[in-house]
Ligand binder design. Structure first.
Ligand code: PLP
Length: 402
């Protein structure tokens, strides 16, 4: 009998698997063979969540919290997000303009699906987290790469403007940025927001790392920099990174009422609601407890940053600009690409990542995962001792470049 094979969707075929997970998986494999690989590829804090959050889990009344909840999320949690915005950004989005999502990732997906049509162009800074590109393509959009001439990667309004075409619909901004740790300044955001307003463009603003800021750096929201953009910016954020609860899958989005109503409609058909237990637990903690936890984490992250900078002193093959937030350095390896290391030709940072895992036992994420060859992301969401060992190995490996 002749049979026909069913085919898969073109939509899925448009996208590539996540490369940020790739480095992690390779390191885990080597580790399972007994090799101690230092994982500089981690995308999550190495902390336990705040103890008040863990106690609030113990207090959950399972009798009441195992059912579907409001698609938009628990009223208490939406009010918590709304209050945070008011106190930290001095801008106002009511609880009705907030939706709780299954991590920032699903919030971003709902946003992209709501904001763009097939063929719409989306201005996407490069380097950027690979999920943005994948989601834009899944939604039928065309990611248009915007690169900055400056050393610090964030494109300016002028650089965005040059890339605007007939079909441009949306600008994606991520601050602090994965993979660079860069923050958009007030004047950069004001100019970009003005441009978006003039040209009738949406801004999708990912603030997932907003609570992880280094001393001397300041986070600012686009609507605080330019209030006129308030209803044209859809903000997506997360509890994953700031509370060390990546697995709980709770994030949020906020924006004008109309856009949030549409996100809610989409969420009702794709997730119903974000994890109810986690929502109850997070609703139970106070803003002060979150601030206390983040203050402690940020002080430690800053120490780690200094440790990495000290390790890189005195060598001239790797350069970098100092990050302002998140927990990433985006290191420039362009002086090594094209050379040989341990006798192996380094033709790309993908290859370099493999060489470093195998010979120096350190896992970094290659720049190609973020659309930027020649660079690698180093995450310092690991303890100081591991950083010390890993940086010693990495710097020692530089002696094998010829
Ligand atoms: N946004 C950025 C820029 C990220 O780097 C990540 C995770 O690495 C996320 C969103 C995903 O966050 P969540 O765990 O809340 O889905």
């Amino acid at each position: 009998m002749k049979t026909l094979a069913p085919t898969f969707s073109d939509r899925e075929a448009r996208i590539e698997s996540s490369k940020t997970s790739g480095a992690r998986i390779k390191a885990d494999k080597l580790r399972s063979r007994g090799v101690d690989v230092i994982n500089f590829a981690s995308g999550e804090l190495d902390y336990m969540p705040p103890s008040s959050l863990l106690s609030s889990v113990e207090r959950i009344n399972y009798r009441d919290s195992h059912r579907y909840v409001d698609t938009a999320g628990l009223q208490e949690l939406r009010s918590f997000v709304s209050a945070n915005i008011a106190s930290f950004d001095e801008i106002t989005y009511s609880a009705e303009e907030v939706i709780i999502t299954t991590g920032a990732k699903h919030g971003l997906f709902l946003s992209v699906m709501t904001l763009i049509n097939d063929g719409d162009e989306v201005l996407l800074p490069q380097p950027s987290w690979g999920t943005f590109k994948a989601q834009i393509m899944l939604a039928g959009g065309k990611p248009m790469v915007v690169e900055s001439e400056g050393e610090r990667f964030n494109p300016t309004a002028v650089e965005f403007e040059k890339c605007i075409g007939q079909n441009t619909k949306l600008i994606v901004l991520n601050s602090p940025c994965n993979p660079t740790g860069e923050i958009y300044s007030e004047h950069q955001l004001r100019d970009i927001a003005k441009l978006a307003k003039e040209r009738g463009l949406w801004i999708l603003f990912d603030e997932s790392y907003r609570n992880l800021i280094r001393p001397g750096c300041a986070f600012i929201h686009p609507a605080a920099a330019f209030p006129g953009i308030r209803d044209q910016v859809v903000t997506v954020g997360s509890f994953s990174k700031s509370l060390a609860i990546t697995g709980w899958r709770v994030g949020y989005a906020y924006g004008g009422q109309e856009v949030i109503r549409r996100l809610k409609k989409l969420q009702s058909h794709t997730a119903s609601n974000a994890n109810s237990l986690a929502q109850y637990a997070i609703s139970d903690i106070t803003q002060n407890e979150v601030v206390r936890f983040n203050t402690k984490v940020n002080a430690e992250l800053d120490e780690r940053c200094h440790k990495i900078q000290n390790s890189l002193k005195g060598q001239d093959l790797i350069s970098y600009s100092e990050p302002c937030g998140a927990f990433y350095f985006f290191l420039d390896f362009r002086k090594i690409v094209g050379k040989r290391m341990y006798g192996i030709e380094v033709d790309s940072t993908d290859r370099l990542a493999e060489i470093l895992i195998e010979h120096a036992h350190v896992a970094l994420t290659p720049g190609s995962a973020f659309g930027k060859e020649g660079f690698m992301r180093l995450s310092y969401a690991i303890d100081r001792e591991s950083i010390q060992i890993g940086m010693t190995n990495l710097v020692e490996a530089l002696n094998h470049v010829e």
